[in-house]
Ligand binder design. Structure first.
Ligand SMILES: Cc1cc2nc3c(=O)[nH]c(=O)nc-3n(C[C@H](O)[C@H](O)[C@H](O)COP(=O)(O)OP(=O)(O)OC[C@H]3O[C@@H](n4cnc5c(N)ncnc54)[C@H](O)[C@@H]3O)c2cc1C
Length: 668
C-alpha cells in the first residue's frame, strides 16, 4: 500500500483549492492538491460573467463600497447567510481582485470618456471619468445596486484559473491529477487525510496529512438539466457526509440559473442581461417588467427563474420539439459588443446551437446551476465536528450565500475563502492541532474498506445498472425537487430516492476492470450522489416555507418565525436511507441587517419575534453615530475584523475616496 505524507492535503484544484494551498504553502507548509482532471480543466474555468468586488471604478459603480455589497449579498441570500462571513467576504473581495491583477489576470479595463451602453432596453451614453482610465472595469449583474462585477470579457473563470494555477506551479505545489478521494481517514473526531484512487490504474493509496481541506466544487449533476460540468458531482461533500459526524448545511438551497441554453443546458452568462439583454416570450413581449417593475431582468436569479417558469405555465412559452422555452435577446447590444465582451456566448451559440446572437434571440430556460449548501464549517473554514478538516468554495457552507447566491459572488468567494481558510489551515498546522498520532492499522483498515467496496462492485455477477440508477435520480431531482416544490412531490421524491439508494447497493458491472473503468466510477459515485440527493430532497421536504431558491408552492411565504435557521444534515450509518436533520438558529439579535423585504420578489413574509427590536437597535446606533462615518457605524453593529487574518483587515481604497476632500475622507 502506497502512503504519501504531507502537511496539507487539498482535495480539489479549482480556484478555491488552489488559492487555499497557496496560502498554506506561503506559510511554510507542504501541500498536495488532488484533482479528477488537470487543474486548469477544473470547473472554475467555465465561469463567464465575472467577480464581484466593490471597487467603484466604473461610472455606474460610483459610490459603491463594502456596505452596499454586504446589503446586496444578504438580501440576495434571503437572510439565510451568516452576516459575519458576508462582512469578511465583502472586505476581502477588493483585495482579492487586486491580488489577481498582480498575478496576471488581464481584467477588462476602463477607457475614459463617452460610451454607449444598453440600460432597460434603451441605448444610453455614459461617461467614464478621466481618473478612472485604465482601472478595472465593472459590469451590471442581478440583485446588485451598483455595477460591481469585474470581468475579463466573458471568460473570467478561464483567466482567473490560469493565473492561480500558474501561481501554484510557481510556489512548487504539486497537483496529483486524475486522482479521486474516495473516503476521509478519521478517528475520534480527527481527520488524518484520505483514501485516494488513481483514476488511470485503479490503485488505492493513503494520503496522510496534518490538515485536510475539501474544495471539490458543486453537485449540479444530481440534476438532469444543469449548467455544471460532468465532474461536478458533489463527491467531496459526500465524503464529509459519510464520516457520520460532519454536517452538510442547507443542501435544499439549490440555484437554478435563468439563462441556460435550451435544451443543452449550457450557460449563457448573467452578463448578457447585465449588459442589457432582455427576456422575451413567444409573442416577442418583454415580460419581466410585468412581474418585477423595479429590477426587471436583473432581479436575483431565484426570482427571475421562477418568473420565467410562471410565464411558461401561463402558456407564453415558445414551443419546440424539445419542449417549451423563452428567448434571451441580446441583439440590441450590437455586433461589436457581443463579439468583444460576450465572445464566449457568441461562440457557444454559434457552435452548439447554430444561432448567431447578433441577429437572433437565444432559446433559454432555467437549469440547475449552483449548490449553496455544502460542508458546514465555522466562519474561518474549519469543520466544527472534525478536527483537521476544512472546506472552501462551492463545496463549503461557511455560509455566505444562504438560500440564494448572487451572480459574480462565487468566483469571488472561491479566492476570498482560499485566502482566509488557507491561513486557518496554516495556523492549525503551526499550532498544537497540527500534531496527531495515527496508527498504521487504522490506515490499513480504511484502505481495505474502500478496496472491499470496489471489489464487491467488480466481482458481483449480476445486479443493478449504475447508469440507469443515476439517470432515474437525475430525472427525479429535476422533476420533483426543482424550482417549484410541493409537499406531495417531495414525499414521492424522497421515497423513490431511498429505493434507488437501496438498489445502488447491489450494482453489478458489465466491465469489471479495476483500472480505468467509467462504469465502475459511475457505480461508486452514484452511491454517494444518492445520499446527497436525499439531503437535498429531505431538507426541502421538511422546510415548510419559501426562502430564496427553495420555493414551496404549498408554503409560499418566508417564515422567519419558524425557519430562520440553517439545516444541518448528517448521515447516521452505512445502512441508513435517510439523513438526520438538525437545525442551527440564526441570531437576529446580532444581525447588522435584520430581516425585511429584499427589494424584489414577494413582499410577503412572517417576521421573526426579535426583528423589530433589533431593527430599533440598528436605527438607534445609526442615528447616534451619524456624524462618525460608515466604518464606525459598521464596527458598532457587527464587529467582524477579528475573524480575518491580520493582513486582510483594514479598509479598501477607492477612487472617490482618493479624490475626496480630506474632511470628507476623515468622515469615511
Ligand atoms: C457555466 C458556469 C458559469 C459560471 N460563471 C460564474 C461567474 O461568472 N461568476 C461567478 O462568481 N461564478 C460563476 N459560476 C460559479 C463558479 O464558477 C463556481 O462556483 C466556482 O468556480 C467553483 O469553484 P471551486 O474551486 O469551489 O470548485 P471547482 O472549480 O468546481 O473545482 C473542483 C475541483 O475538485 C476536484 N474534485 C472533485 N471531486 C474530487 C474528488 N473526489 N477527489 C479529488 N478531486 C476532486 C475537481 O477535479 C476540481 O479540481 C459559474 C458556474 C458555471 C457552472
Amino acid at each position: 500500500m502506497k502512503i504519501i505524507h504531507t502537511d496539507v492535503l487539498v482535495i480539489g484544484a479549482g480556484l478555491a483549492g488552489l488559492r487555499l494551498a497557496i496560502g498554506a504553502r506561503r506559510r511554510g507548509f507542504e501541500a498536495i492538491i488532488l484533482s479528477l482532471v488537470p487543474a486548469k480543466r477544473s470547473h472554475s474555468k467555465a465561469a463567464q460573467g465575472g467577480m464581484q468586488a466593490s471597487l467603484g471604478n466604473a461610472a455606474k459603480g460610483q459610490g459603491d463600497n463594502e456596505d452596499i455589497h454586504f446589503e446586496d449579498t444578504v438580501r440576495g441570500s434571503d437572510w439565510g447567510a451568516d452576516q459575519d462571513v458576508v462582512r469578511m467576504f465583502v472586505n476581502t473581495a477588493p483585495k482579492a481582485v487586486r491580488e489577481l491583477a498582480a498575478w496576471g489576470v488581464p481584467w477588462t479595463r476602463i477607457r475614459k470618456g463617452d460610451r454607449e451602453v444598453v440600460i432597460n432596453g434603451q441605448k444610453v451614453t455614459i461617461t467614464e471619468r478621466d481618473e478612472a482610465e485604465g482601472l478595472l472595469a465593472q459590469r451590471d449583474f442581478g440583485g446588485t445596486k451598483k455595477w460591481r462585477t469585474c470581468h475579463v470579457g466573458d471568460a473570467t473563470g478561464h483567466a482567473m484559473l490560469t493565473a492561480v494555477a500558474d501561481r501554484a506551479i510557481a510556489e512548487s505545489i504539486p497537483v496529483h491529477e486524475r486522482t479521486e478521494a474516495l473516503a476521509l481517514i478519521h478517528e475520534n473526531g480527527r481527520c488524518h487525510g484520505a483514501v485516494v484512487r488513481d483514476l488511470v490504474t485503479g490503485e488505492l493509496s493513503a494520503y496522510l496529512s496534518r490538515a485536510t481541506a475539501i474544495a471539490t466544487g458543486g453537485a449540479g449533476r444530481l440534476y438532469r438539466s444543469t449548467t455544471n460540468a460532468v465532474i461536478s458531482e458533489g463527491i467531496g461533500s459526500a465524503l464529509a457526509l459519510e464520516t457520520g459526524c460532519c454536517a452538510l448545511g442547507n443542501m435544499e438551497a439549490v440555484q437554478f440559473h435563468p439563462t441556460a441554453i435550451f435544451p443543452a443546458g449550457i450557460l449563457v452568462t448573467e452578463g448578457c442581461r447585465g449588459d442589457g439583454g432582455l427576456l422575451k416570450d413567444a409573442d416577442g413581449h418583454r415580460f419581466m417588467p410585468d412581474y418585477e417593475p423595479e429590477k426587471k431582468e436583473l432581479a436575483s436569479r431565484d426570482v427571475v427563474s421562477r418568473r420565467m417558469e410562471e410565464h411558461i405555465r401561463k402558456g407564453k412559452g415558445v414551443h419546440s420539439r424539445f419542449g417549451e422555452h423563452l428567448w434571451l435577446d441580446i441583439t440590441l447590444l450590437g455586433e461589436k459588443h457581443i463579439r468583444h465582451n460576450l465572445r464566449e456566448v457568441w461562440e457557444i451559440c454559434h457552435y452548439f446551437l447554430g444561432v448567431d446572437p447578433v441577429k437572433d434571440p437565444i432559446p433559454v430556460r432555467p437549469a440547475q446551476h449552483y449548490t449553496m449548501g455544502g460542508v458546514r464549517t465555522r466562519s474561518t473554514g474549519e469543520c466544527p465536528t472534525m478536527r483537521g478538516l476544512f472546506a472552501a468554495g462551492e463545496a463549503a457552507c461557511w455560509d455566505m450565500h444562504g438560500f440564494n447566491r448572487l451572480g459574480g459572488n462565487s468566483v469571488a468567494e472561491t479566492v476570498v475563502a482560499g485566502m482566509i481558510v488557507g491561513e486557518t489551515v496554516a495556523d492549525f498546522c503551526a499550532g498544537a492541532g497540527g500534531d496527531a498520532s495515527l496508527s498504521p492499522a487504522l490506515v490499513r483498515e480504511f484502505v481495505a474498506r474502500e478496496q472491499a467496496k470496489l471489489d464487491a462492485l467488480t466481482t458481483r455477477a449480476s445486479g443493478e445498472d449504475a447508469s440507469a440508477i443515476r439517470r432515474e435520480m437525475q430525472e427525479l431531482m429535476s422533476a420533483k425537487v426543482g424550482i417549484f416544490r410541493v409537499g406531495a412531490e417531495l414525499d414521492e421524491a424522497v421515497e423513490k430516492l431511498q429505493a434507488l439508494l437501496v438498489r445502488s447497493r447491489s450494482i453489478a458491472l458489465r466491465a469489471s476492470s479495476p483500472g480505468a473503468n467509467p462504469e465502475l466510477v459511475t457505480a461508486y459515485r452514484v452511491q454517494k450522489m444518492l445520499k446527497l440527493a436525499l439531503t437535498v430532497a429531505h431538507g426541502a421536504q421538511v422546510r415548510t416555507e419559501s426562502r430564496g431558491a427553495h420555493f414551496r408552492q404549498d408554503h409560499p411565504r418566508r417564515d422567519d418565525a419558524q425557519w430562520l435557521k440553517r439545516t444541518l444534515a448528517t448521515w447516521p450509518d452505512e445502512s441508513a436511507t435517510l439523513p438526520t436533520l438538525a437545525y442551527e438558529a440564526l441570531d437576529v439579535k446580532r444581525m447588522e441587517l435584520p430581516p425585511g423585504w429584499r427589494g424584489y420578489g414577494a413582499k410577503d413574509y412572517i417576521d421573526h419575534p426579535d426583528t423589530a427590536a433589533r431593527q430599533a437597535e440598528v436605527d438607534a446606533v445609526k442615528s447616534r453615530l451619524a456624524g462618525e462615518g460608515r466604518l464606525a457605524v459598521q464596527q458598532a453593529l457587527l464587529p467582524y475584523e477579528h475573524l480575518l487574518p491580520e493582513w486582510l483587515r483594514g479598509p479598501n481604497e477607492r477612487l472617490d475616496e482618493r479624490f475626496a476632500a480630506p474632511a470628507a475622507r476623515a468622515a469615511e
